[in-house]
Design a protein around this ligand. Structure first.
Ligand SMILES: [Zn+2]
Ligand SMILES: [Zn+2]
Length: 311
């Protein structure tokens, strides 16, 4: 669901512009294809980035809420057996030091954190309900359409912004806070709230290394290589008559590497409805390792192939 939402947002930022439209505007066919492929490549990168931001903005509040709830629940159970008040001590530690003295607004940042966390959880709950409604019948319901858009425009941007700004602001305040004027409990609570974000930094580093790790996993067979799908696409033999950039013919060059097609090239056509989108097979295989869409029209080709192509 979130990946589709990310794809939707990136399509709004970089609307699809087909090479046919660009040709109709007077651009040469080769240049039109080049521009479309670059645009779609950028849109795919934007989708991945937005998806990662959304995922972390959703995962962080959920992780923190679950950690807190499970800690309090465990403490309550222990209290029931021991007769102590561990849950009260934890509650006091988390919520009892907001107005402790400090030269930095760490207490205020913690209040903002908890208020925002509560708002986010309620909004995400409402939005998930709206998604259910939207899947049923969104075409005829303006309210449901509005709620779906509201989820994307009103809830997500401030949530993502908060997830980026709050940890940085809190970290800076903690570093600048003086141990002599700030209460130890206030500082420890802030460090505790900040700790899940260090995990997030680890995830960001991992996602940066991921493009280099993926080929190793493909080679060892631990991960299914999406490039294999290209083998199922229909092959086309080159002929100067068919590859002529005309309306009914194939394009003269590969839109990915821009080289002219020639006899002996391995050429495949993607199963985009009613289109003649052809590429060098190795070029398309490389493209598929980062995104499973047609480089020219963004048709999703990764999850399921049209029935005629399935064995
Ligand atoms: Zn090529
Ligand atoms: Zn296509």
């Amino acid at each position: 669901m979130s990946f589709q939402a990310a794809r939707h947002v990136s399509s709004l930022l970089l609307p699809q512009q087909s090479s046919e439209d660009l040709v109709a505007q007077g651009l040469a066919a080769r240049e039109a294809r080049r521009r479309t492929v670059v645009r779609n490549w950028l849109a795919a990168r934007a989708t991945n980035l937005i998806w990662m931001l959304m995922l972390s903005a959703i995962m962080m509040p959920i992780t923190i809420s679950l950690l807190l709830l499970s800690t309090l629940f465990t403490a309550k159970i222990c209290d029931a057996f021991s007769g102590n008040d561990a849950a009260g001590v934890i509650g006091g530690f988390l919520f009892g030091h907001f107005d402790d003295p400090c030269n930095q607004p760490i207490g205020a940042l913690q209040v903002i954190f908890w208020v925002f966390l509560a708002i986010k959880m309620i909004l995400f709950y409402i939005w998930s309900k709206c998604q259910d409604v939207a899947e049923c019948d969104c075409e005829n319901s303006r309210i449901c359409g509005f709620l779906r858009q509201a989820g994307l425009y009103i809830i997500l941007p401030p949530t993502v912004a908060f997830e980026l700004v709050w940890p940085v602001a809190t970290f800076c305040c903690l570093v600048m806070s003086s141990t002599s004027t700030c209460s130890a409990q206030l500082r420890s609570t802030a460090w505790m709230l900040l700790s899940p974000y260090f995990l997030q930094i680890g995830l960001v580093i991992f996602s940066c290394l991921w493009p280099w790790l993926k080929p190793i996993l493909y080679r060892t067979g631990l991960l299914k290589d999406p490039a294999n799908r290209v083998r199922d696409f229909t092959r086309v033999n080159f002929s100067a008559e068919a590859f002529n950039d005309s309306d009914g013919g194939y394009p003269t060059n590969c839109p990915i590497c821009l080289a002219d097609f020639a006899a002996g090239d391995q050429i495949v056509v993607t199963p985009c409805t009613g289109q003649k989108h052809v590429f060098h097979r190795p070029c398309l295989a490389n493209w598929f390792r980062s995104q499973q869409t047609c480089p020219l029209c963004r048709t999703a080709l990764g999850d399921s192939l049209p029935e005629t192509l399935n064995p």
